[in-house]
Write a protein that binds this ligand. Structure first.
Ligand SMILES: Nc1nc2c(c(=O)[nH]1)N[C@@H](CN(C=O)c1ccc(C(=O)N[C@@H](CCC(=O)O)C(=O)O)cc1)CN2
Length: 300
């Protein structure tokens, strides 16, 4: 069997189109333009690319983008002061502080200083608690993107065995909560799980988010399973030339695609959905702030 390849790039484009349509409606019917503030501290090259893409895609969707680029030596107090300013700014409906932050800044403290209603990353402790108890919250972008792709691929997820490999606060744990909310039977596994291969082989839905290049081979995949690969790992690629690199996922794509029913590639799978869902969350936050109906199909 050769799996259906889930095209995250195309899916993300369709999400961005829906976002843009909703933004137009907000402007025409209510005179409101959603605004997203993105804060970058330092000059991490990957973060710079992500932040640039976030700003570009925000503007393309018709929203206002506010970029704040701070030097690496910015103090925690100065960063907290900026977040406070953005919290109080009525033109800003969503705030995102790009991670990772430099070592001298307490990430948790910064995340928890964002007003929960503007926390479009869904990382604030209040949003984590709301999601965990099945209440309305902001939902982290990468897991939201995975959920959208799974629903599109499978329709109802009810009763399916889902295994999430990885227990990070950003992906693994919220992903498990979302799958549970859609009535999956959920196992959170990780690198220390006993008989991890057997646990994975029981999964109708296998979400890999461990950050280890090609850790999950095809013979860990149940025939016909839907595999969502969240990993983005840069490895050496001497076949492309000296010093060249390429991106691979946490799943060994070549062997897994022979067994799975559907699978996301890396790159071009989950990655593009992350920014599309950030835009979706910004529109959701804007609608909630103005007591307007939420955009259909763009929330969990
Ligand atoms: N505050 C946050 N920080 C970080 C998040 C986040 O959700 N919130 N996630 C990641 C980085 N990230 C967005 O910020 C992100 C990662 C990957 C992609 C993406 O489109 N990847 C492409 C490949 C890109 C490449 O060639 O390097 C793909 O997978 O196809 C988008 C956004 C950490 N920080």
């Amino acid at each position: 069997m050769t799996a259906t390849i889930i095209d995250g790039k195309a899916f993300a484009a369709s999400v961005r189109e829906k976002v843009a349509e909703h933004v137009t409606r907000l402007q025409e019917e209510h005179g409101i333009t959603p605004g997203l503030a993105v804060v970058l501290v330092g000059e991490d090259p990957a973060s710079q690319v992500y932040v640039r893409n976030k700003g570009k895609q925000t503007l393309e969707a018709g929203m206002n983008s506010y970029e704040h680029k701070l030097p690496v030596e910015t103090s925690e107090a100065d960063l907290l002061a900026l977040v406070e300013k953005l919290n109080a700014d009525p033109a800003v409906h969503g705030i995102l502080v790009q991670l990772p932050l430099p070592d001298h800044i307490d990430e948790e403290k910064v995340i928890n200083s964002i007003t929960p209603a503007k926390d479009v990353d869904g990382f604030h402790i209040l949003n984590v608690g709301l999601l965990g108890t099945g209440q309305k919250s902001m939902v982290p972008c990468t897991p939201l993107g995975c959920l959208m792709m799974l629903r599109d691929q499978l329709g109802s997820l009810s009763g399916l065995n889902a295994v999430v490999v990885g227990r990070s606060n950003i992906v693994g744990k919220p992903m498990a909560q979302l799958l549970l909310r859609d009535s999956c039977t959920v196992t959170i596994a990780h690198s220390r799980t006993k008989d991890l291969a057997d646990v994975c082989r029981g999964a109708d839905i296998l979400v890999a988010a461990v950050g280890r290049p090609r850790m999950i081979p095809g013979d860990w995949v149940k025939p016909g399973a839907t595999v969502i690969d969240v990993g983005i790992n840069r490895i050496d690629a001497p076949e492309k030339g000296e010093g060249k690199t390429r991106l691979v996922g946490d799943v060994d794509f070549d062997s897994a695609k022979e067994v799975a029913g559907a699978i996301t590639p890396v790159p071009g799978g989950v990655g593009p959905m992350t920014i599309a869902c950030l835009l979706a969350n910004t529109v959701t936050a804007c609608c909630r702030a103005n007591n307007l109906p939420e955009p259909e199909g763009l929330t969990a």
